[in-house]
Design a protein around this ligand. Structure first.
Ligand SMILES: *[C@@H]1O[C@H](CO)[C@@H](O)[C@H](O)[C@H]1NC(C)=O
Ligand SMILES: *[C@@H]1O[C@H](CO)[C@@H](O)[C@H](O)[C@H]1NC(C)=O
Ligand SMILES: *[C@@H]1O[C@H](CO)[C@@H](O)[C@H](O)[C@H]1NC(C)=O
Ligand SMILES: *[C@@H]1O[C@H](CO)[C@@H](O)[C@H](O)[C@H]1NC(C)=O
Ligand SMILES: *[C@@H]1O[C@H](CO)[C@@H](O)[C@H](O)[C@H]1NC(C)=O
Ligand SMILES: *[C@@H]1O[C@H](CO)[C@@H](O)[C@H](O)[C@H]1NC(C)=O
Ligand SMILES: *[C@@H]1O[C@H](CO)[C@@H](O)[C@H](O)[C@H]1NC(C)=O
Ligand SMILES: *[C@@H]1O[C@H](CO)[C@@H](O)[C@H](O)[C@H]1NC(C)=O
Ligand SMILES: *[C@@H]1O[C@H](CO)[C@@H](O)[C@H](O)[C@H]1NC(C)=O
Length: 893
């Protein structure tokens, strides 16, 4: 296959079709794989329930698809169905062996993923046990197989009961937290089981401690050997200025075998052949393919900084006996460094990523599990989410440590799209036990996951855990001074002596940090637990404060790297209506309280909104509910915008020794169910206002307006890799009561450079208002954009307020009406809006028609405006007309 410069305009459907050729596959003559996926039988512990169940799958999904339960996400069903997770369940299947595999030397039963605690038997003989959903298990079953009617059983123990038993067995000292806060309505002791930590509940998600067989099951039958897995790691050799692709092959060998291995990258004219000699047992062989120095290698760049070149690498193994193995994988050439160095006029160290030698600002968000039932995560949904990431001009995601190591297709798409991944190991917000068996299963988990994932260029860093350094340092769990060393010792044992140790051995192509947030090198100096892991002058930070006014950017930590920050909002009514009834549609209903898993979350949203907006007060309860959802999304979008713009403009400034911010990853991209959360994309893929706004605040070239001690400032920030731009800012003031600009101002010409934040405009607010004659802080809004010498607009239009919209003067109900037309491009519709007055936060919602607008949540300063809706399924002008709701700020009170 040729190298592919991915065009981001192509339909996502195309990606899905192409994925087939990207997923790695081992083709072999000599090994028979018999997949045992499909319909199994499922039974609970007292045999009162017996049903057919899909593998891969889980008990909840099986019960729902067979009609034993209704949608677990519906209303209060997470509590109603708690019994499912407290029972033990058995999966059973029977199978025969095809003639041609009978009598072969060796048979191995491979479970790619069991959730989580089980005993597995074949024909009545116990072949193994599992205790870790993140591990692959290979059980040798040679000699146990019959030609016909083999009986395979997986006896699953309740994860909740198991975690509780393990916690009680750990009697010397407690390993907190015992239970989640009551508002989460979850289960206890999740830190005692190697399972998605959010499955026992989180502050944005339900408690569904699933049981099941969540990945493929297959038999591998062979006479000589099998190739279990392989890795490909391009490494840059600075001494010789050349690339070498390290290939590791993992074999399971029955008889002494000889042959040769050929590695090639046809497009780079690179090929090498090696002798292979294997002795019985597990065997790892490492080879290096020197890339032809004459070939011109194209780099893999993060999105927005260049193309994502991927090259096909072929592996061919020929054994003397005639057996062959063929495998291929896309490889990419890129280097990554995490730079922690002294900075001029700032204590502490920098914390930023250099990709291919170039400093890159990470723009993006945090990723959580796409569904509580992993078997319901589709490639389509992953694609929609990752497309949304790219459409919003993001170049990075952090795969957060309380969920799962994502499936292969996720990372493959990130490789293709240029989305950099910050990969946590799956430990979050807790202390963990360190007894021998626990460490042992974690060691295998980490080894396997690093070997599975390290071939992906998109992954740029490993991180040991989420917030566990901070949990000890800032004493979340009331640990006494006397006990503290014990917990620090356990912490260092797990994340440093074990996880870090394995990662450094297995992967030298990307950095590792122990926690997030951390002070990096400074944490290491302080014995791996810094006294303040939130220090803005070292490492990364997580920052949340819901009571402070988010418009006051002075309050945000001027951090080196913001890996978490955010505000909650509610998803749209069309998303909620799938799991609720009209009597739930009230901000004060039991349903609204039930779905809110963050203490005081609903009140915090309204209080923050109320600082700047008049809260909805329609007398129609459903209208008021819709409007309240809307105002939470307005608040969230505005808050995250202000904070992100602050981080982006702090990239090249040091103020009071703080700054040089090189990353902004807001919490959180996606949702696990239909409930309030920090997400910008709702469960199901619908965009909240924040996701639309991210497109602008993450734009390659951005202008940012703000007020500082009476001055109005405009900064420009450029991530554009196309060089310098000469720009001036064009500023206009509009009164709330007229579509005609009250006045316009201009900055001087300024040259903005890639990687810099530049002040382009500075005037006192009072001078601006005086010059503008008829404007006051309350009667006008300021818009601005950058233009080039030939009059071209550079970057998006932006705006700023000089007072809260709640105090706006001359603000009128805009009376927005619309017409819908077919835009004559497949599934695109043109919506033309007419407004009587300027309107702000204009929001178009087409209910449950999937798709998105080219722009939404905008400031409307003209009597008419046309926006485009791209639908993700066939629809009609009539359907859109009937379902479209248009709301602006002045409409809700
Ligand atoms: C069997 O287990 C189910 C589910 O836990 C329970 O509802 C039922 O009462 C039990 N039946 C008997 C006979 O114990
Ligand atoms: C499930 O298995 C656990 C562990 O063996 C046991 O303690 C528990 O009693 C079992 N629960 C039921 C409902 O059988
Ligand atoms: C590289 O190019 C030089 C000059 O054309 C040639 O002599 C040499 O064989 C080439 N090397 C490889 C590995 O193709
Ligand atoms: C820690 O102790 C304080 C004061 O004794 C108490 O209010 C708080 O609930 C405790 N927190 C935890 C997590 O135990
Ligand atoms: C948020 O900020 C307020 C005001 O500065 C402060 O009182 C409060 O403690 C902060 N809350 C948290 C959770 O840090
Ligand atoms: C433009 O430059 C002049 C001269 O340096 C300066 O006085 C003026 O304040 C600048 N204008 C703006 C809008 O920054
Ligand atoms: C100010 O507004 C008034 C009333 O709208 C208008 O008559 C007047 O011309 C405006 N003055 C300026 C300087 O724009
Ligand atoms: C709202 O707009 C429509 C169409 O532009 C117009 O017919 C109607 O009179 C307006 N209503 C108000 C209250 O301004
Ligand atoms: C809603 O609040 C606005 C602004 O305070 C007020 O003018 C309006 O009359 C209120 N509407 C209702 C129905 O209470």
């Amino acid at each position: 296959m040729n190298y592919v410069a991915w065009s981001f305009a192509c339909l996502y459907v195309l990606d899905v079709l192409l994925l087939g050729s990207f997923a790695f596959e081992i083709k072999s003559r000599g090994v028979d794989s018999i997949f045992l996926n499909g319909k199994w039988n499922l039974m609970n512990s007292n045999s009162s329930l017996s049903l057919s169940a899909d593998v891969p799958g889980c008990v909840h999904t099986a019960l729902q698809s067979q009609g034993f339960i209704s949608d677990p996400y519906y209303r209060f069903n997470d509590l109603v169905y708690r019994w499912i997770s407290l029972d033990n369940w058995t999966y059973t299947t029977s199978f025969s062996l095809p003639d041609h595999v009978r009598g072969k030397e060796k048979a191995v039963l491979v479970f790619e993923g069991v959730d989580t605690v089980s005993t597995i038997s074949l024909n009545g003989v116990i072949i193994g046990k599992t205790d870790n959903m993140f591990r692959r298990y290979d059980f040798e079953v040679t000699g146990l197989l019959k030609d016909k009617e083999n009986l395979l059983q997986v006896w699953l123990t309740s994860a909740v009961i198991y975690a509780s038993q393990r916690s009680h067995a750990h009697s010397q000292y407690r390993v907190p937290p015992d239970c989640p806060p009551p508002v989460q309505k979850g289960e206890c002791h999740v830190n005692f089981i190697r399972k998605a930590q959010n499955s026992f509940s989180w502050d944005w998600g339900p408690s569904f401690p699933t049981l099941g067989i969540w990945k493929d099951v297959r038999l591998e039958i062979f006479n000589t050997l099998r190739l279990q897995s392989f890795t490909t790691s391009p490494k840059y050799d600075t001494d010789h200025s050349s690339w070498n692709v390290e290939v590791e092959l993992f074999f399971n060998v029955v008889v002494l075998s000889k042959g040769f291995v050929r590695l090639s990258i046809p497009l780079l004219d690179s090929e090498a052949e090696f002798q292979l000699s294997l002795t019985p047992g597990q065997s790892k062989k490492t080879f290096g393919l020197q890339v032809n120095q004459n070939a011109s290698i194209m780099f893999w760049w993060p999105f927005g900084h260049g193309d994502q070149f991927l090259y096909d690498l072929n592996i061919e193994i020929n054994l003397e006996g005639g057996e062959t193995f063929n495998a291929e994988r896309m490889v990419a050439f890129r280097t990554v460094e995490l730079v922690q160095e002294p900075l001029p006029s700032s204590p502490g160290l920098s914390f930023y990523f250099r990709i291919n030698g170039k400093p890159i600002f990470l723009k993006g968000s945090n990723w959580i599990p796409v569904h509580a039932f992993q078997d319901q995560v589709t490639t389509d949904m992953i694609t929609i989410l990752l497309r949304s990431v790219q459409k919003a001009n993001m170049n990075a995601l952090r795969v957060w440590g309380g969920g799962v190591y994502e499936q292969d297709v996720f990372y493959t798409l990130c490789d293709m799209y240029g989305i950099m991944i910050w990969q946590d190991f799956m430990f979050a917000c807790a202390l963990y036990p360190t007894e021998k068996e626990f460490i042992q299963t974690v060691r295998t988990e980490v080894t396997q996951q690093v070997q599975r994932l390290k071939s992906h260029p998109s992954i740029i860093i490993w991180s040991g855990n989420n917030e566990n350094e901070a949990a000890i340092a800032t004493n979340w769990f009331n640990i006494t001074v006397a006990e503290r060393p014990l917990y620090v010792k356990d912490y260092v044992n797990l994340y440093v002596d074990n996880i870090r140790d394995i990662v450094l051995q297995e992967d030298s192509t990307r950095p590792f940090i122990v926690s997030s947030p951390t002070n990096g090198i400074e944490s290491e100096k302080e014995g791996w637990v810094a006294h303040d892991p939130y220090d803005p002058q070292n490492g990364d930070t997580h920052y949340y404060n819901y009571t402070r006014d988010c418009w006051n950017w002075n309050e945000f930590p001027r951090t080196r790297f913001a890996s978490e920050f955010g505000f909650q909002s509610w998803p749209s009514l069309s998303t909620l209506s799938k799991v609720s009834v009209p009597s739930d549609w009230d901000f004060n209903s039991d349903f609204s309280a039930h779905r809110q898993h963050h203490q005081d979350g609903n009140q915090q949203m309204l209080k923050q909104a109320e600082l700047h907006y008049i809260l909805p007060n329609s007398t129609d309860p459903v209208q008021r509910y819709r409007d309240t959802i809307y105002i939470t999304q307005v608040m969230q979008a505005q808050c995250v915008k202000i904070q992100t713009e602050f981080y982006r403009r702090s990239r090249s400034t040091i103020v009071d020794g703080k700054g040089h911010t090189m990353g902004a990853l807001y919490w959180q991209l996606n949702d696990i169910w239909q409930g309030p959360s920090w997400s910008s994309v709702e469960f199901g893929g619908k965009w909240k206002m924040l996701q639309y706004w991210a497109t602008d605040f993450y734009a390659p070239v951005l202008s940012v307006g703000l007020e500082n001690i009476g001055d109005m400032l405009i900064y420009t920030i450029s991530d554009s890799h196309t060089g310098e731009h000469k720009v001036k800012a064009q500023v206009e003031l509009y009164s709330w009561s007229s579509f005609d600009a009250v006045c316009s101002l201009e900055s001087n010409w300024t040259t903005i450079k890639e990687g810099e934040s530049t002040l382009v405009f500075q005037r006192t607010v009072s001078a601006v208002l005086t010059e503008c004659g008829n404007c006051t802080r309350r009667s006008c809004v300021i818009t601005f954009h950058l233009s080039s010498p030939n009059g071209e607009m550079i970057g998006p239009q932006n705006h700023m307020f000089l007072s809260s919209p709640r105090y706006a003067e001359g603000f009128q109900k805009p009376n927005i009406t619309f017409t819908v037309k077919d835009a004559e491009i497949v599934q695109n519709y043109a919506v033309t809006l007419h407004s009587s007055f300027p309107a702000v936060y204009v929001w178009l919602d087409v209910d449950d028609v999937p798709g998105h607008f080219n722009v939404n949540g905008f400031l409307m300063l003209s009597p008419s405006l046309t926006v485009i809706f791209g639908a993700w399924r066939p629809t009609t002008v009539e359907e859109i007309t009937a379902k479209l709701h248009v709301t602006s700020l002045r409409d809700v009170y």
